[in-house]
Write a protein that binds this ligand. Structure first.
Ligand code: ATP
Length: 214
């Protein structure tokens, strides 16, 4: 029997307890053996002070250091250019056992935007998709996804078998925390204690990240 491995992508600028709590809930609800947080490369932009790929990665590493089912996967940061999800999954697949199950975590909004993704129709050949649902989730499924959902939905995420091909919905406790809000707090000199793990806060302070003057 293969392992059940989740993939959770994001900018993690910085990683916060919304990410971590959500990740742990998915591990428990879906019975994952491992959940990989995959920080993505992103083009530099200048609106609010953002941190480097190196700092984002270091903070995710600190955040999961004592959370054994959670791991960090740095492959997207090791590439020359931003990766498409389908490429990341192909790369992961090439390292996994044939019967390992791969679960891609997507928020509802991301899921609805799937038809715009590069080679999106190949995704379900590589992984299962777990759609994270919250009470404020919109209800309209885009036309392009209706048939897919009808054909591929699994009602019980724990009963999903096979290496790829199914879609399941996972309910999440809402925690209205965003990295944007955390960056704003820090830029205006406010505390973010209890919004990020203490180890991440210590890193932010030690490196002077997200300060307005950076
Ligand atoms: P930003 O505010 O910079 O856009 P963010 O807080 O939304 O960042 P991302 O790194 O963009 O964080 O998110 C990575 C993934 O984590 C996304 O799939 C997103 O839906 C999910 N996520 C972000 N915040 C939360 C939260 N509070 N609870 C659960 N999931 C979250």
């Amino acid at each position: 029997m293969g392992r059940r491995i989740g993939v959770f992508g994001g900018t993690f600028d910085p990683v916060h307890i919304g990410h971590l709590r959500g990740a742990l809930e998915v591990v428990e609800l879906a019975g994952l053996d491992e959940l990989r947080l995959v920080p993505c490369a992103r083009p530099p932009h200048r609106e609010t002070p953002n941190s480097s790929a190196e700092d984002r990665l270091a903070m995710v590493r600190l955040a999961v250091a004592d959370l054994s089912p959670l791991m960090v996967d740095a492959r997207e940061l090791e590439r020359e250019r931003p990766s498409y999800t389908v490429e990341t999954l192909e790369s992961l697949r090439s390292e996994l056992a044939e019967d390992d199950q791969l679960f891609l975590l997507l928020g509802w909004d991301a899921f609805c935007g799937l038809p715009g993704w590069h080679r999106w129709q190949e995704l379900l050949e590589l992984c299962h998709i777990l759609v994270l649902q919250r009470p404020d989730t919109g209800s309209e499924v885009p036309e392009a996804l209706r048939n897919l959902l009808a054909a591929r939905s699994a009602s019980n995420v724990r009963a999903i078998s096979g290496r790829a091909g199914q879609i399941a919905f996972v309910w999440q406790m809402p925690l209205e925390i965003s990295a944007t809000q955390i960056r704003r707090f820090l830029a205006s000199g406010r505390t973010v204690r209890f919004l990020v793990p203490d180890s991440v806060l210590a890193y932010i302070n030690a490196h002077g990240l997200y300060r307005a003057s950076n």
